[in-house]
Every structure is written in C-alpha cells, then in structure tokens.
Design a binder for this molecule. Structure first.
Ligand code: SAM
Length: 203
C-alpha cells in the first residue's frame, strides 16, 4: 500500500492554509531534479506563474536559472519565506498572498506551473478541473502548462483527459515518472511517492 505523504496529511486535515506547517523551512524538501533539468534546457527563459508556490521550492531555483517568477499562495508564511530568499539573492520573484482560484491573468505568462496542488478527489475535482480549463482558455499560444501530480489512482488520467478534451491542441513536451522522497523532519521517517511530470505547449 502507498505510504501517506505530508501533502496527503495536510489535505485530509482540510487545512485552510499551510502557515503552521511552513514553520518548518523547506517542508517539501528539494525540487525534483527532472523539473529543474527540463527548465534549465528550455528557452526562452520567460515569465513563470507558480500557482500554489508554497515556500518557493520550485520558484527559487527557477529564478536562479533566469526565469521571472510570480508565485501565488494563500500561506503568508510560505510567501514571506520565498520573498525573503529572493530579496537576499536579488532574484526576480514576486510572491503574492492570494487565492489561486481568483487569479485570471494567465495570458501574461509563458509558463504556468502547478506542482502538487491537485488532488482530484470527489470534493475538489470539479473546482480543480475547472481551473485547468480556465488556464488553458486564457494561456497564450506557445504557452506551457507544467503539472506535477501524484501518480496514484486515476489522477494522471484525469489530468490528461481534462487537457485532451479542452478543445485546444497541445504539443507534448514531457511525460515522465518521478520518485518523490519525503523526509519527515520530526520523526525522520522517509516515504517515496511516484509522481508524474506532464508538460504541454499550447498550439
Ligand atoms: C502541497 S503544497 C505544494 C507547494 C509547492 N507547489 C511545492 O511543490 O513545494 C500545496 C500548496 O498549495 C497552496 N494552496 C492550496 N490551495 C490554495 C488556494 N486556493 N489558493 C492559494 N494557495 C493554495 C497551499 O498553501 C500549499 O502551499
């Protein structure tokens, strides 16, 4: 049976926001090397919108690669941590405390990153798939959607079906399997979860 990850625990607890969990710095650990490698090689290094950016696990290393980042999260603690690192290093990162579901200006970005924010469980599937459709509708031609999602149950199939049935055409840039190793700092317990990194470009 699959082990429970930090993400599962937080979601099950219906946590309104992650403020209390983000007292632990770098709660989710290092970014996936595959994600960083992909964006290292990608050109042009344009504007990325990191939705549900948390503490900047992806935003900070992507800004170090030269991308211009806007990160949105409803955890003020996470956003403050990310903004403070960005400020110290002089990185092009703007972190905003807001609800990702009320954001609309997707046409202003070259890449929309959605890392570990979808659950596709009964209570959130409609809201989450509607968000994907909204992003697709507003994204510019040649814009990228990069999603990292747990590869359990039907999640990956739901993601791909939602994109495929959107009525827009996409070029597939990446569909790879990642192993995410989570280490619980308090207990030292390690758990490994299979993820899928799916990246498409709007035609
Ligand atoms: C599992 S964490 C992933 C964080 C980050 N993307 C990463 O991979 O490290 C999910 C994040 O989504 C944020 N989030 C969830 N629902 C949100 C909403 N409606 N508006 C803004 N942020 C939200 C949480 O605060 C949390 O930081």
């Amino acid at each position: 049976m699959r082990q429970t990850t930090a993400n599962d625990k937080l979601h099950k607890n219906k946590v309104a926001n992650y403020d209390k969990y983000y007292k632990t710095e770098e709660l989710f650990g290092a970014p996936y090397p595959e994600l960083i490698d992909f964006f290292k090689g990608y050109e042009p290094k344009g504007k990325i919108l990191d939705l549900g950016c948390g503490q900047g696990r992806d935003s900070i290393p992507l800004a170090r690669l030269g991308y211009k980042i806007t990160g949105i999260d409803n955890s003020k603690v996470g956003i403050d941590q990310m903004n403070s690192i960005a400020e110290k290093e002089g990185l092009n990162v703007t972190g905003l405390v807001d609800d990702i579901y009320s954001f609309n200006n997707y046409q202003d970005f070259d890449i929309v990153l959605l890392d570990s924010i979808f659950h596709f469980e009964k209570r959130d599937i409609k809201q989450e798939t509607d968000l994907i459709i909204k992003i697709i509708n507003r994204l510019k031609v040649n814009g990228l959607i990069c999603t990292c999602i747990q590869d359990t149950g039907n999640k990956v199939r739901i993601l791909k079906d939602t994109i495929a049935s959107s009525g827009f055409e996409f070029e597939l840039l990446n569909d790879s399997s990642l192993n995410y190793l989570y280490v619980d700092r308090e207990s030292g317990h390690e758990s490994e979860t299979k993820y899928c990194m799916y990246i498409v470009k709007k035609k």
